[in-house]
Ligand binder design. Structure first.
Ligand code: FAQ
Length: 341
């Protein structure tokens, strides 16, 4: 699947010519729309300075900023275990992973900024509780085995959802996703390896691994978003070549991947209804609790308030760093001006 979805983007159609400069606004809009339509039809890419419909910009800003916030809030469940990792090696690996997630957030905030919203504004929205981030990070990480389950299931679901986004029609988003996906696949393997070691350990360790998989399985399936018939954004996002597959399609693929891997782990999925439907050629799973999903999205999940409070605190604690960096940057600009004068 990965190789197919990472295929290179075709050559770009020619952008509207600068000769349009003297034309009226209406004509410019019409040319811009025609160019945009051609890019979509050719499955090519829109870049930040290209004309784009306001609704396309809004959709991208929504998705990319939510994605960035997810990476940043998503650091918390694992960061919580850095000081309790069972060995120096595990601690170093976990620290590197959490740091990678911070990096993903930064690539994504940068991509979102190219659409015209400042990072400060996005961060203010997150801290004010006005912005969404992935439902999955509102669940607690209770044991060390949760580090394995998060890596295997959560990063696994993230990869399944994000590899197709490497071909997203908006250039900065697609390019950021290529790098992110490379790192996420490493994350998934480290989660798998934690679970494999626990599964081959004592009966209590194996039980701890199974318990973690039991708790993270359904929330990981819900990461793909609501069922297709309850997904208001999917159709348009697919028409704009942002999303390549529907929420249910990706969820089904993910289940198929997990069925194979859980056997190697010597564990089971907590879902007796998983089966491959020979007629539809798709993997099916048992019912998910979509009321729980809605509650989490409404801010009433197990850890919503804790996650936001922690982010607010971190933002306040980092105020002096931002001030120092801004002051240093201003000094550098002044020095350059003096030098130029
Ligand atoms: N959580 O119409 P749709 C990671 C909202 S990164 C919260 O289907 P869409 C790495 C949705 O925003 C994980 N809200 O929406 C990591 C919309 O609300 P709105 C994040 C959700 O956009 C690992 C409404 O429901 N990944 O894990 C969720 O077409 C380990 C209706 O939904 C991404 O963001 C949800 N799960 O499809 C980090 C990937 N699902 O905005 C640390 C990029 C839906 O209209 C540690 N995003 N909603 O008010 C996407 O692919 C899409 O945005 C979907 C949702 C698939 C998430």
């Amino acid at each position: 699947m990965a190789a197919q979805n990472l295929q290179s983007v075709p050559d770009q159609p020619a952008a509207p010519q600068e000769a349009n400069a003297g034309q009226g606004q209406g004509q410019l809009e019409a040319d811009g729309q025609a160019y945009f339509d051609r890019v979509m039809a050719d499955d090519s890419r829109i870049e930040p300075k290209d004309w784009m419909p306001a609704a396309y910009r809004k959709t991208l800003l929504r998705q990319i900023s939510q994605h960035a916030h997810s990476e940043i809030i998503g650091m918390q469940p694992e960061a919580n275990w850095i000081s309790r990792a069972p060995s120096l090696k595990r601690k170093a690996i976990l620290m590197a992973k959490v740091q990678d997630e911070a990096g993903h957030g930064l690539y994504l905030y940068s991509a979102a900024e190219t659409l015209g919203q400042s990072r400060d504004q996005m961060m203010d929205d997150l801290i004010a509780g006005k912005a969404r981030y992935s439902s999955i990070f509102n669940y607690p990480a209770l044991t060390w085995a949760d580090m394995g389950a998060i890596g295997w299931l959560v990063d696994g679901a993230a990869i399944c959802n994000q590899v197709p986004l490497c071909r997203a029609s908006y250039g900065p988003y697609g390019r950021a996703m290529v790098r992110i996906c490379k790192e996420e696949s490493f994350h998934q393997r480290q989660g798998f390896e934690i679970l494999l070691e626990l599964s081959n350990g004592t009966p209590a360790q194996k039980q701890m691994a199974q318990d973690a998989v039991n708790r993270w399985y359904a929330p990981a399936l819900m990461m793909f978003g609501p069922p297709d018939d309850d997904s208001p954004n999917s159709k348009q996002s697919m028409a704009w070549n942002i999303k390549r597959f529907s929420n249910d399609e990706l969820r089904s693929r993910f289940v198929g991947m997990m069925v194979e891997q859980v056997r190697v782990l010597g564990l089971t999925l907590p879902d007796s209804e998983v089966r491959f439907n020979e007629d539809t050629r798709k993997w099916e799973h048992g019912p998910l609790d979509w009321n729980e999903f809605k509650e989490v999205l409404a801010g009433r999940g197990p850890c919503n308030s804790q996650r936001l409070e922690r982010r607010r605190q971190a933002h306040d604690d980092g105020a002096w760093v931002r001030e120092a960096a801004a002051s240093y940057a201003a000094k550098q600009v002044n020095k350059q001006k003096e030098y130029a004068a």
